[in-house]
Design a protein around this ligand. Sequence first.
Ligand SMILES: [Zn+2]
Length: 287
Amino acid sequence: MNGKEKHQQPGFFTIDVEDYYHIIGVSGTPNISEWDSLVPRVEPGFYKLLELLTERQIKATFFFLGYIAKRFPNLVQEAFSLGHEIASHGMYHQEVRYQSSGAFLSDAKDSKALLEDISGTKILGWRSAGFSVNQNTPWFFDKLLEAGYSYDSSIVPNRLGHKRLFAADAAPSFVSTSNGKIFEFPIGVADLGFLQVGMFGGGYLRFFPLDSIERMAKKTLKTRPLLIYIHPREMDPGHPKLSMNLFRYFKSYINMTSVPSKLDILLKITDYRTLGDYYAEQYSEQN
Ligand SMILES: [Zn+2]
């Protein structure tokens, strides 16, 4: 039942390391100027994830928010010393669609330099806050390349109602830009008829029942890698909750306690690799 099928695609376990007060676009989200005065709650969920990965001998990619890395450099160092990949989630969780290209470039550069300084290793990967890259940010990939990144993992292939940056495939691939090529790891989606639906991360992972997730994950793995994303708060159901309308509350906090059992299944069905390792292999095949 839980056996890994031969010759199937790998999984990618990705973690956006941020705190409970970094949820975007709700009434209770505090301003950056207030962050320092809040009691942090990132550690319990972070350590549960680290423990789970050690237990399963899985290497993950940790997209650290620069602000968290500054406040807790030890978390970056601990993840790195256990063989996990460190990548950037930007300095202050700003949505790219509201940033100028110049502000985005500084954000991408500053967070990369900070994480390289703390970890002592080169940072290859970037993930934007809140899936906020779209047609209003046509410079996105150019600026990422200019900042020195090799890959991105921000694009959601299924956003039918949103302006998309490009006709993203659901499988990871190189994207050509005027500055050269960059590699894209799209956010994981399940194929449901002609629709592609998020199922393997955040609120979606909490919302859908375990058997659907398992079935769709296995189906995905027959044709492309499976990308999972999660936040430390999802492993820490007791974390403080922000005030927000009922719909967002439901979306942000539903089924929190179902996460460990879902991860338990997902982590069994294939072999996991870091995004950086997969990228390096694809890069050498191209060159
Ligand atoms: Zn985030």
